[in-house]
Design a protein around this ligand. Sequence first.
Ligand SMILES: [Zn+2]
Length: 258
Amino acid sequence: MFSQVFVQGLCASIVAGMVTGLGGFLIFVKRRYSQKDINFMLNAAAGVMLAASFFSLLCPSMDKILTFDPEIHVAAFWYVGAVFVGVMLVALLNALLPHEHNNMGHHGPNFSLKTAWLFIIAITLHKLPEGLAVGVAYSAEAFMSPNSLVIGIALHNIPEGLTIAISLVGAGVSKLKASLTALLIGLVQPLGAVIGLLTMDISDKIVPLGMAMAGGTLLFVVINEILPETYGVRKTNRSAFAVFLGFIFMTYIKMVLD
Ligand SMILES: [Zn+2]
């Protein structure tokens, strides 16, 4: 009943999503993770996501959308319009739903369960557009390879899963429950992927527009959710180095894999 692409995209997003659980279980590996270590991992993840959104979504869709209309201004308008819609969608979601940015850096790792949950709602929410990006990338298989995007999203799920677990343990939840919650939250990604895979069937023009949109949402997530959590004023150089490290690593993966 479902196409091969649908099944592949769904499986890839489930595996990538479950890596969040793997990150959550890292809480058993070390007794205490310092804020410095976590920030480094999250920044590297942000770099990975930046490269993934540019090289696996924004660039390939730009080339494709330019073929839509011989008038280059019209095509460019479609492109920036789609990116803008993507950004506005996440901004709207953020505005409508209550959530809190993780402020471990300012108040130490112990915060109330309510604060922890509000932070987790934010992480859960942004997993939806990430999953959507995977779904869209699979729909675009005809003109691009989705492999590096899936690897990028899976990699960045590791520190995110760990942060979820750490926030919950800091709020008094048991380590096992905390890591299982991380796993569950990771499974929001396949939900987004299904939406991406289903809507992309409508027309072949929708696919590149959807990719531009997904690229916009990912960029917004990185700029608005991941970077501000970790870009402490004190460790700017370290944060920048981690972001570049993630970016370069992902660029390499993209070049050798796709
Ligand atoms: Zn994320």
